[in-house]
Write a protein of this length. Structure first.
Length: 163
């Protein structure tokens, strides 16, 4: 194998495809597609999401300090693509797509009902890394489709067709 210099942007793949949902201070729900997302602490359980400051959701997460990570399946590709290419600043994406929601138990933010896993998080820290601000979210509650968990709550990811 001969190695040559590659493009440094987005050289780490695969990237996750998740939807981050949030609610602004006036009660409007919003969500965006996020690829910059990873585990960052096992104990306490924490995950990190990266949001570009120009996103409408950025201001919401900054102000409210909470967000929900929703794991997306192949069936939800259309919703994912729309939420990742239109801004809530210009429209109410939830009404437009008729997105079904449930209330968070620990945070004031919507869960996307049709996603098999919804992870409620509270922001405990953030780091401006460059183009993105990485929000460290302490996991407060994980909602899982009953069909994909065992009696200890362990999730069988083979039962989900991830996007
Ligand atoms: C596959 C994919 C991955 C994306 N990843 C991110 C990301 O990690 N961070 C980010 O800020 N925007 C990301 N975006 C762009 C936002 O989802 C997009 O700009 C969205 O329209 C912002 O919505 P909002 O203005 O309502 O918050 C991604 C888009 C796509 C399609």
């Amino acid at each position: 194998m001969e190695k040559i210099q590659g493009n440094m942007k987005s050289c780490l793949q695969p990237m996750p495809k998740i939807l981050v949902s949030c609610r602004d201070t006036e009660g409007k729900n919003n969500a965006l597609a996020v690829a910059y997302c990873c585990n960052c602490s096992y104990d306490p359980p924490m995950i990190m999401i990266g949001i570009v400051p120009s996103r409408y959701s950025y201001k919401i997460v900054k102000e409210t300090g909470v967000f929900v990570v929703n794991i997306v399946t192949k069936e939800q590709k259309e919703m994912f693509d729309y939420l990742g290419s239109h801004s809530g600043r210009e429209e109410d994406k939830f009404s437009k797509l008729n997105i079904k929601v449930e209330e968070g138990i620990k945070v004031n933010a919507p869960l996307l009902s049709d996603c098999p896993i919804n992870i409620e998080c509270k922001v405990v820290d953030s780091i401006v890394t460059g183009s993105h601000e990485m929000f460290v979210g302490k996991i407060e509650y994980v909602h899982t489709d009953r069909k994909i968990v065992d009696d200890k709550g362990n999730i069988d990811f083979l039962k989900i067709e991830l996007l």
